[in-house]
Design a protein around this ligand. Sequence first.
Ligand code: HEM
Length: 547
Amino acid sequence: MTFNKTCALGRALEQGAMLERGALVTGHLQLVLAAAVSVLLGWRWLQRQARAGGRRSPPGPFPWPLIGNAAQVGWAPHLSFSRMAERYGSVFRLKLGSRTVVVLNGEEAIRQALVRKGADFSGRPDFASFGVVSGGRSLAFRSHGDLWRLHRKVAHSTVRAFSTSNLRTKKAFEQHVLCEMWQLIGIFLQRSRAGAYFDPWMNVVVAVANVMCAVCFGKRYRHDDQEFRALLSKNDRFGQTVGAGSLVDIMPWLQHFPNPIRSVYRDFKQLNRDFYLFIQEKVHRHRQLFRPERVRDMMDAFILAIDHQEVTGDTGLKLSPDYVESTVGDIFGASQDTLSTALHWVTLYLVSWPEVQRKVQQEVDRVVGRQCIPTIEDQPRMPYLMAFLHEAMRFSSFVSLTIPHATTRDTLLNGYHIDKGTVVFVNQWSVNHDPHKWTRPELFNPERFLSEDGSFNKDLGSRVMIFSVGRRRCIGDELAKMQLFLSVSLLMHQCTLTANPSERLTLDFTYGLSLKPKTFTINVTLRDSMEPLQAAVQRIQEAEAKQ
Ligand code: HEM
């Protein structure tokens, strides 16, 4: 027994000594490894410097092997980047996994890169996830080149032709918004019966998507259509995969063994397939009923331009027929996610600051009256509403970082050398919250956009950066502003929104390509009669029935 004990003790001591020796050896090994890694990094840095001909690359934090600076980016990359910019300057460099990333902060650096050096910064990274969107023919996620230029021209002119190009198209678009807002308000009132509070998110998404469905392929869906809701409910997962700082593309080795990132990417591929099939089915039916002399909607316009007129670019390149699907997919996807997120933030701000809501209602009543309904022509006479919408976009900066860019050639920015193919993150949030440009940017204050005479300060409004700038600037900015103006003016003319007193309202968000507010509930009451709105919708429906 004793022997055994001694033996056991002896073995334990021996094991202890071995462990200690092991620890010593491991300690030495760690030192040797650390030294080797440092030498390797130093050598690679020297090589890079030599390749850059001694030119300076942007400063930045020390990158760790394998993950680089991924741990420093955290849950809200735009906030981390703004903090890093205070230390390293408005142009700095990071390593995310295997990729070098240059981050641009503040208006000067961003305009310098995207506008003055637009050709050098208009590429997209060769990320695997970008190749999955719209069957690999996405306008938004593919890199620059002649085909992209032609694609963008066709898409941009068609979007304008069905929304903002003249008063007739504006009126046609306005009617789609009017019908959807009438439906949405009806549902809000139903869900608010007996003083109930409800989460407005999914109804807002369906209403916004329905406007784009009507414009793109002349169809709308019921709010309780489960298939449509399931399709739209995947917006978050899309944005989390393609948003700047997502781990899917910067650590491709994570795809080789089971882990949450691999599941996210598999989900992403599936949701892109589902979305593409949804659009493909609509295009198929449209092609069967297509008549060139009767262009019914945006989809017909793309079929006409791509299949029949075979538009060509300067270099003679053509878009193949499957660009109809990818273009409609891009426009439908890009618009419904961003616009529903914008309306969700607007709703949150209206219930968070009831005095702002009252001012909007007073202005709408003064300009429109209670017997008519707001129209797009009322916009110039509603400076407070315009100020509120611009403050909502500035304060939320809900597309905090644009879709990632990439350099198209070796280039110089602020005296720093940047290699061709470098990933570039554009921090729009830093522009909208720059304390040197905005007084107390952390406060929500629509009045900042009003001049002394009470008019809307357009110059200041144009300094809010949410649609990006330069060659990749959003092609739907005018449509988006028009839809937001019409939706909010109609909502405020008809209803009062109230926060749930048993809930603590928070301005926190979930990160992705667009920042989403956390769930909140509201109650909606009718201000007086819905008759003028009802009558306007009836007139539209009767006119449609006659066609
Ligand atoms: C409030 C609403 C919207 C916001 C905040 C917004 C914002 C943006 C941003 C930040 C980009 C990326 C620009 C860059 O990478 O530098 C973008 C691209 C794009 N947006 Fe929008 N967008 C909105 C609505 C729309 C709408 C309504 C449409 C379509 C009708 C649309 C279509 C597109 C397209 C096609 C691109 C890709 C452009 C390209 O890569 O060349 N967006 N948008």
